[in-house]
Design a protein around this ligand. Structure first.
Ligand SMILES: C[C@@H](c1c[nH]c2ccccc12)[C@H](N)C(=O)O
Length: 407
């Protein structure tokens, strides 16, 4: 595999020519900056994406938790999430490769939206595959994609969610690779996708590490990031992985329970790193939620963006090697963290992001808080929560959470 035992290219023979062409382009344009590709990528991320994003000290949370809490504000990237870092990089790469068409999958719609924005910005026709279930529960993002000029293709196969959308997009790509690039939405899929998406998202930790040295005068003691597919997680960790003094926590969705009902093939969580097992999904060997027959189980999370039964192979490797610690936060704690950041820091986070703040809250209350978090903590605000307001209002009332304001 590409990352220890994990990664690799577990794909039908039909996909190999496309992967070989992509590997060649990755080596030349991304790794060797041929034709100034990376210079243009950084310039467009600055002028169109709004980078660099601030590393902002959260004064209220720092006071509450008795340590310096810094927020890496990826919610301020154009489009409201870190997703544009990857989408812009891949659509620009498709142009350098001479492709004429962009396809992508999406779950909650953030990656689809980011891809539609990048494709409009770079004048590329764009088609987004989205599970019918997700089309129905993420209408605002469906409108945004269409208003940015993308076609949204509902996928009715299986449960009509992210997993089927990815499979459908890969099927399209295997037949259209001549003129089409597949902009994958996270650090998943066959090599070179996980490495390439990581390299685009690593602008997050490249900036954060430099900002820590400037603003704190040292490296942080810990970095926290939520983990769905793992792109914001790996992006927030990558330039810190060589710094052994920095603890790295990947916060997954604990959903409603960590107990798994294998017979029903349903996991009431998306805690792939904490509870999953090794297997192959979407072209890579990684960690998955699978039953004893190797069937991929349906995952769950109050946040659609974390609701995925797999995870990036590099993250699986970093957890197995002990460099990254996987932790989980359940639906209720994530919802309470959503309200806490909104009322105490004036930032409405994506429900995905709220999981990282749920772990900060829980860890800060423990006897070993100082060992776990240290004196300076960086939390990645991977996206903003406008898209989640209806879900949060509904779920908060249904659960009678006391943290909620009187809406
Ligand atoms: C759900 C996530 C995503 C998009 N593509 C993925 C591939 C693997 C794992 C996660 C993803 C992204 N937030 C989305 O809504 O498109």
């Amino acid at each position: 595999g590409t990352f220890g035992r994990f990664g690799g290219q577990y794909v039908p023979e039909a996909l190999m020519p496309a992967l070989e062409e992509l590997e060649d382009a990755y080596q030349r344009y991304v790794l060797a900056n041929e034709d100034g590709f990376m210079d243009e990528f950084r310039r467009r991320l600055r002028d169109f994406g709004g980078r660099p994003t601030p590393l902002q000290r959260a004064d209220r949370l720092s006071e509450r938790y008795g340590r310096d809490v810094y927020l890496k504000r990826e919610d301020l990237v154009h489009g409201g999430a870190h997703k544009l870092n990857n989408a812009l990089g891949q659509v620009l790469l498709a142009k350098y490769m001479g492709k004429e068409r962009i396809i992508a999958e999406t779950g909650a719609g953030q990656h689809g939206t980011a891809t539609a924005m990048a494709a409009a910005h770079l004048d590329m026709p764009c088609e987004i595959y989205m599970g019918r279930t997700d089309v129905n529960r993420q209408r605002p993002n469906v409108f945004r994609m269409r208003i940015n000029g993308a076609e949204v293709n509902p996928v009715d196969a299986g449960r009509g969610t992210l997993k089927e959308a990815i499979s459908e997009t890969m099927r399209d790509w295997s037949q259209t690779v001549e003129n089409t690039h597949y902009v994958i939405g996270s650090v998943v899929g066959p090599h070179p996708f996980p490495a390439m998406v990581r390299d685009f998202q690593s602008v997050i930790s490249e900036e954060a590490r430099e900002q820590c040295l400037e603003q704190i005068g040292s490296l942080p003691d810990s970095v926290l990031a939520c983990a769905g597919g793992g792109s914001n997680t790996i992006g927030a960790f990558h330039h810190f992985t060589a710094d052994e003094s920095v603890s790295l926590y990947a916060v997954e969705a604990g959903g409603s329970s960590l107990e798994v009902d294998e017979d029903a093939g349903v996991a009431p969580n998306s805690a792939t790193l904490s509870t999953g097992t090794e297997g192959v999904l979407h072209g890579a060997r990684t960690h998955l939620l699978q039953d004893s027959h190797g069937q991929i189980m349906e995952s769950h999370s109050v946040s659609a963006g974390l609701d995925y039964a797999g995870v990036g192979p590099e993250l699986a490797h970093l957890v197995e090697s002990g460099r990254v610690t996987p932790v989980t936060v359940d639906d209720d704690a994530a919802l309470e963290a959503f309200h806490r950041l909104s009322t105490e820091e004036g930032i409405i986070p994506a429900l995905e992001t709220a999981h990282a703040f749920g772990f900060l809250h829980e860890a800060a209350g423990r006897d070993d808080a100082d060992e776990v978090l240290g004196d300076s903590v960086v939390v990645t605000v991977s996206g903003r929560g406008d898209k989640d307001l209806e879900t949060v209002i509904e779920e908060t009332e249904k659960r009678g959470l006391e943290a909620a304001p009187d809406l």
